[in-house]
Design a protein around this ligand. Sequence first.
Ligand code: ADP
Length: 555
Amino acid sequence: MKTDIQIAQESTMLHIRDVAAQLGLTEDDLDLYGKHKAKVSLDVLKAHEGDEDAKLILVTAINPTPAGEGKSTVTVGLGQALNRLGKKAVIALREPSLGPVFGVKGGAAGGGYAQVVPMEDINLHFTGDMHAITATNNLLCAAIDNHIHQGNALSIDVRRILFKRVMDMNDRALRQVNVGLGGKPNGFPREDGFMITVASEIMAILCLSTSLEDLKARMGEILIGYNLAGGPVFCKDLEIQGAMALLMKDAIKPNLVQTLENTPALIHGGPFANIAHGCNSILATRTALKLGDYVVTEAGFGADLGAEKFLDIKCRFGGLNPSAVVIVATVRALKHHGGVAKADLGTPDVEGLKKGIVNLEKQIANIRKFNLEPVVAINRFVTDSPEELAFIQAFLEERKVGVALTEVWAKGGEGGLELAEKVIATAEKAGKYQPLYAVEAPIKAKVETIVKEIYGGSSVAYSPAAEKAIKDIEAMGLDKKPICMAKTQYSLSDNPKLLGAPTGFEVKVNEVRLSNGAGFIVCLTGDIMTMPGLPKVPAANRMDIDEEGNIVGLF
Ligand code: ADP
């Protein structure tokens, strides 16, 4: 069987100019980054502002197994299939983070015959957006420590600085560090820590901004910490947001690439789906909506986290109205939810499947709460038996849910034609989506709505620190914002071991953080890692490049 990188390297890419031409764009609309990558000018969106939007399709999933259930793969494959049906499809994906590429999971450029290319560039430095975000974030950090060194006119409390340094690498040794050591010339010593770049609020801001001005204003609103009197200190108090916006002047433009079948794809922004909302940028999605007639996008993690945040945060801020939601399900993950052991997931087991399908049933019901209709894509694996596939199809048909067996990983767009047809039929009947809650509601009421309606829980408990943070945010009058839940992706609950569709559980909110620039309130349940580590044998150990530039081991 060929690896993803082998398949990618065998593909014939068009010059990016010709991919852009499919969307009616000329070279004037592009900044070329070599032959196969380009940035799209923000003027394109401005020029089409009054035009009607394409139909927006969200791809999400059931609660996954650690291997991932193929959301990116189905997103790319569905775009390719829509294209084959004569629709002008544009794919809008997230940019992979460099760090995890060398860890366990691998890239985020799809898989098999449903990939975006050049995948080695997309998974590595791409057009430098991650580096720009890293620099922008760390400029603010340098400004904070410099301000303190130069006399601390704002009386910043060095014990209560919230904004951390970032780097795009999995490096657990940097989670907690001391900075400013070495005496007077080096500033004031304090505890600090690094996060991975994709966990930075700058990344969330990039993804939620609607223009460079908006980006600058949002960066100015970042709450960097508190002063000695307990009052808030914002980025704008350091007058650094102008320089930060300057560093982001290219990163803010969406990146254009293509799929293995030359379908255009905008890949832009990739915030962590736990500490942030986990969707690609609003600017890329809106640009895509003006250039195609179908836009296929994805949100991180399962539908309880990713789709909820896409619908309650991104769509609200971006004024987006999705037309259909694809829920990716796999036989192996449904059996996993039915209690089948990891080693047995490849063995046919309809009984296990019957027990586990409740997870899919709950995710379907959840999507309908947003006044949207789901279509289930069964992402077919070679180990799936005909009986298992028939059971899922019959189960969904009985409940009048659209379902399509999807083989885009093995066959590319050809393997997604049935899915594309069902998506078109659903999207054509779509009404107006509705968010789950009103942002004006109190913080606790918003959290309770998500926990009860989406997760199936019965109550929420807050740690003393979370209670205090909520009071502080309310006292500052900064609470009228959507909630960004940070929770395990493996369960509908906050306990990764509760599989299927659990009910009656209590969700524990340990910490509440205000991402004031991004414009949401993060509620953390469980241990949320903002700087991953590498495994004992990292994927990096399998990677190599030879004298001719041939790459191996990059998936
Ligand atoms: P997600 O977006 O849900 O995390 P991905 O689309 O990145 O998942 O897929 C995760 C991995 O599984 C990738 O390496 C991909 O190549 C592989 N994969 C996806 N679908 C299939 C399939 N049907 N058969 C075999 N491997 C698959």
